[in-house]
Design a protein around this ligand. Sequence first.
Ligand SMILES: *Cc1c(COP(=O)(O)O)cnc(C)c1O
Length: 379
Amino acid sequence: MQFGTKAIHAGQEPDPSTGAIMTPIYQTSTYVQAAPGDHKGYEYARTQNPTRTALEANLAALENGKFGFCFGSGMAAIDAVAKLLNPGDEVISTNDLYGGSYRIFTKVFQRYGIKFTFTDLSNLDNLSSLITPKTKMIWVETPTNPMLSIIDIKAIGEKIKGKEIWFVVDNTFATPYLQNPLDLGADIVVHSLTKYIGGHSDVVMGAVICSDDAIAEQIKFLQNACGAVPGPNDAFLVLRGIKTLHVRMDRHCENGARVAAFLKTHPKIENVYFPGFETHPNHAVAKAQMRGFGGMISFSLKGNSYDEALKVLTRTHYFALAESLGGVESLIGHPASMTHASIPKEEREKTGVVDSLIRLSVGIEDAEDLIEDLRQALA
Ligand SMILES: *Cc1c(COP(=O)(O)O)cnc(C)c1O
């Protein structure tokens, strides 16, 4: 089955009781049993819910995985994966990381005796020297946020083959339409479904997808034991969003490329970060592991002035100033003060998150209007 067909059909059968073509919102907390333990596969809605089950099966199919698990947010999904670890374990992570992931690692899991090292994994020489017998997990985001660096998933997979190290990829930016980390050697994929997969800025949810039975068993246990599950209404909204994921992503990619090309020629702009540029340092890796370059772009201004950046951020009309990304509408953000405010300034600047850096989530409006909007904001 090809991607678009999976997006629309995987995990979803007409409702057995009525034939409803759309999976109903099973708004129930429990299920009646004929005799103790004699039930239809559903006992209690923290453990299982049919609307969530459909979504979990759909997500597993999209990522070419065997198992999918949904959580109340992307952070709750990340929390569950980090809970595979034990005190004393070590994690090697990308340094240019979603602010919330950096925060949960350093402010929560570090307190429980887990050690995190943040490094630039777009240069793999950094990896071998950091692996110790205590290394239990490698955590990668690619494209990275907000610098849009590309990390070679396959190369990392090969480097740690045979070692007892879980290889996790946060695939939120690329989406399963553009990149499938499990096919490239990752063990676990996490998503913030809040972003492209939901796609309509109307729900917060996360997911974990894997193919290994033992990992799946542990994630399922954590999902039920810790209980950060989404409700059926939200599962329905994400299922609905997914049906157009492939169509939306094509348009995000097309608009992203056009906006990036415009920014690149603008006299006030210092750097444009976009993996679709042939001049991007990891363009070859992006081309090999992704089917398109997405709609995320960052750029910095000549002179690196926060005040000048503020003018651009507040003058756009179609690009709304807001946290988040991946919705049908275009967003503009300031990583240093918004999504990455929880990362200390010196850490932030080391990775390129300077005061004039602006991040765009290019939506699926008409590219001409988006370019005109940026042109007047930059004037
Ligand atoms: C938003 C985001 C998260 C966190 O997801 P929430 O749904 O906001 O909890 C994690 N990783 C990345 C890359 C994100 O963009």
